[in-house]
Design a protein around this ligand. Structure first.
Ligand SMILES: *Cc1c(COP(=O)(O)O)cnc(C)c1O
Length: 372
């Protein structure tokens, strides 16, 4: 099956009891034991497993091409559980250009817990090689990165990780498996915030870890999911699985709209710089042509002006909403430096734009009017 077909059918088997096409939602927290004490239908207690989470995990495995998937209550819970599957004293190499919540998890939770972290420019391979140590267990990256849309060569980074006996972990939230499949490019583990494009409607929070192989490391992530308990509710699993059914057509449409808007902004005199990997002058353009099938729905741009002018510009928008997050059907724009807080390295005149599925002419007219 091709990915568009998998997205519609995996985890959506016909309900044997009723013939329902849309899967039922199983709210039961506990499941009946047989007279001999066994659990013949596989489920015991819904923190450990339940039918809706199983269906979602099966679908995620199929889309990314992995053997194991674990769904979590948020993207950050997924990320935390991957690092906690290591041991205190282990070392990880992480991209310095990451979702700010991932950096906070490392700084505020994992470093005090005993993890050693080196932040590097993952596109400078000699810098990556130079920080690798005997106890390095993971190289962690995000591509396109947040919020500067930097592109990293997943195959090259995976090879560097494997030479050193480490795993390559890739946050694939922005492109989704419709546009990019890191496991096929050599990565070992993929992470998602399913809150974003998978859910797709800004109405459910979730996360996932997908592993290329079902090995001892994945078993540990599964144990942490079941015992740590940061699990998604059955209805949340159902919503994400429903969102995935339209993922492929949404991603194509998001990408087309974003590409059109990037080209419009690039020509506008009020704009200093557009960060979008589809533009030929983007430094990662050649890599992206090899590793993504389209350029995605996210872009960022810097206006000619300061923070106040950036905020005033988005204050004049009528259709495009001012809010954090991304990946929903509606266009969202955000001043990143102010949400990331005082340590943020993001330029003050930068706006991050999650391009929605509205008609592109309406979006361009909204931007044009607000730019003045
Ligand atoms: C949103 C996001 C996360 C965090 O996910 P939550 O569901 O908000 O916990 C992690 N990585 C990326 C790239 C994100 O965009």
């Amino acid at each position: 099956m091709k990915i568009e077909t998998k997205a519609i059918h995996l985890g959506h088997e016909i309900d044997q009891e009723t013939g329902a096409i849309a899967p039922p939602i199983h709210l039961s927290t506990t499941f009946e034991r047989d007279t001999d004490g066994s659990y013949p239908r596989g489920h015991v207690y819904s923190r450990l497993s339940n039918p809706n989470r199983d269906a979602l995990e099966k679908c995620l495995c199929g889309l990314e091409g992995g053997e194991g998937a674990a769904a979590f209550s948020s993207g950050l819970a997924a990320i935390l559980n991957v690092f906690q599957a290591l041991l205190p004293g282990d070392h990880v190499v992480v991209s310095q250009d990451l979702y700010h919540g991932t950096t906070r998890i490392l700084q505020d939770i994992l470093v005090p817990w005993g993890l050693q972290v080196s932040y590097v420019d993952v596109n400078d391979f000699s810098q990556v090689r130079a920080v690798m140590k005997a106890n390095t267990k993971i190289i962690y990256l995000e591509t396109p990165s947040n919020p500067l849309l930097k592109i990293t060569d997943i195959s090259a980074l995976s090879a560097i990780a494997h030479e050193a006996g480490a795993l390559c972990v890739c946050d694939n939230t922005w492109p989704t498996p419709i546009l990019q499949r890191p496991l096929e490019l050599g990565a070992d583990i993929v992470i998602h915030s399913t809150t974003k494009y998978f859910g797709g409607h800004s109405d459910v929070l979730g996360g996932a870890v997908i592993s290329k192989i079902k090995d001892a490391f994945f078993d540990k992530i599964r144990m942490l999911q079941q015992i740590g308990g940061a699990v998604p509710a059955p209805f949340d699993c159902w919503l994400v699985l429903r969102g995935i059914q339209t993922l492929s057509c949404r991603m194509k449409n998001h990408s087309e709209n974003a590409f059109g808007i990037a080209k419009f902004l690039q020509k506008h005199p009020g704009i200093q710089k557009v960060h979008y990997p589809g533009l030929v002058d983007h430094p990662g353009h050649d890599i992206v042509l090899r590793q993504m099938s389209q350029f995605g729905g996210m872009l960022s741009f810097q206006i000619r002006g300061n923070k106040e002018e950036a905020l005033a510009f988005i204050g004049r928008l009528k259709i495009i909403k001012r809010a954090t997050s991304l990946g929903g059907v509606e266009s969202l724009i955000e001043h990143r430096a102010s949400i990331e807080g005082p340590q943020s390295k993001t330029p003050d005149n930068l706006l991050r734009f999650s391009v929605g599925l509205e008609n592109i002419e309406d979006l361009i007219a909204d931007l044009n009017d607000a730019l003045g």
